[in-house]
Design a protein around this ligand. Structure first.
Ligand code: AMP
Ligand code: MG
Length: 318
């Protein structure tokens, strides 16, 4: 059921059950981090493998002390600069953080989301919330309450309504090696903005170093059911699919071609933030049209364009 009743959400979470929560990135499937029953249910409903660690959501920077005994200086700078916001920090966990949250790792991923409803909810709880994206494992992420309802309607007591997700793609994830920042996942805050705040960040090639314990880095992820391709030359790609029903996901300009059944434009004015906001909703629309193929346009490889290309590359992996 979709509802904006925060008190009801508090009650369900206190009863060790799950609530889908709005955030500025995507909707999350949330449960009490200290309750094994609730956390197991997150994995079960999503069909998420247990080796895939969860992000812990808190309502204040101070609450970090509940989860870790050590904050690297650059992690503190990042929290001060970007929280509440779409940045996840991976820090050494303390002994209170259950191993099921971290997939047995000695680090925990933490974020303070920038959404008034979810911050108000977190303030009323005596525990942080573990919340991966509220979609079946590997599928397109949800950016509207209705996406979550369509995925999990019967098996979920409540989707807390918070409107459309403003940032629209998952958080950027930064970890630390001997106090030095390392990018684990491209995301809603551009690497350029992060480097403005703390200087150079080590960027591991996320597609070549695919770590099985970092599924945000899994090769195939965020994927429509329809066969999807990422292309720079859209006209050439259309020619290669003659006699097929084609849908297009384009940055800003429509294409005039009778073979195209439907076109989704991400941003009329070439604004990459707007493109990120609209990305998953556009993929949801295209995936429901019974197309033979979706052709997505590769975006400029700067700022959020990099993060969107990263998601599209995983969405189109065969
Ligand atoms: P999701 O909540 O579905 O966006 O996925 C959360 C992502 O956070 C995972 O896929 C991992 O890539 C990352 N993550 C969570 N915990 C850790 C950790 N301790 N170390 C490294 N990456 C992590
Ligand atoms: Mg996810």
């Amino acid at each position: 059921m979709i509802s904006d009743n925060i008190d009801k959400a508090v009650e369900i979470l206190n009863n060790n059950d799950l609530v889908a929560i709005p955030t500025e990135t995507v909707y999350g499937l949330a449960g009490n981090i200290y309750c094994e029953e609730a956390v197991s249910k997150i994995f079960e409903i999503k069909n998420r493998p247990f080796f895939n660690p969860l992000i812990v959501h808190i309502h204040s920077i101070k609450q970090l002390d509940e989860l870790t005994n050590y904050i690297p200086p650059k992690a503190q700078l990042l929290a001060d600069a970007f929280w509440p916001g779409a940045l996840t920090l991976v820090l050494k966990k303390n002994s209170k953080v259950p191993n099921i949250i971290t997939a047995g790792k000695d680090t925990v991923a933490i974020r303070m989301p920038n959404h008034p409803t979810t911050l108000a909810l977190l303030e009323q709880l005596n525990f942080p919330l573990a919340a991966p994206s509220a979609n079946p494992f590997g599928c397109i992420s949800p950016t509207k309450a209705i996406h979550v309802e369509e995925y999990f309607g019967n098996s979920l007591q409540m989707v807390l309504e918070g409107g459309d997700c403003k940032n629209g793609i998952e958080s950027t994830i930064i970890g630390f090696e001997s106090d030095m920042p390392v990018l684990y996942r491209l995301g809603a805050i551009s690497i350029e903005d992060i480097e403005k705040a703390i200087g150079t960040v080590k960027i591991i090639n996320t597609r070549e170093n695919i770590a099985p314990d970092a599924p945000g880095m899994l090769e195939k992820h965020y994927a429509p059911l329809t066969s999807t391709y990422l292309e720079s030359d859209i006209e050439a790609a259309i020619k290669s699919f003659s006699n097929k029903k084609i849908g297009l996901l384009l940055l800003s300009k429509k294409i005039n071609n009778p073979q195209i059944v439907h076109q989704e434009i991400l941003t009329e004015h070439g604004d990459l933030q707007e493109a990120a906001t609209n990305l998953y909703a556009a993929l949801h629309v295209l995936d429901k049209l019974n197309l033979d193929v979706i052709i997505a346009e590769r975006l400029p490889d700067i700022g959020l364009g990099k993060s969107i290309n990263d998601r599209l590359e995983r969405a189109t992996k065969k």
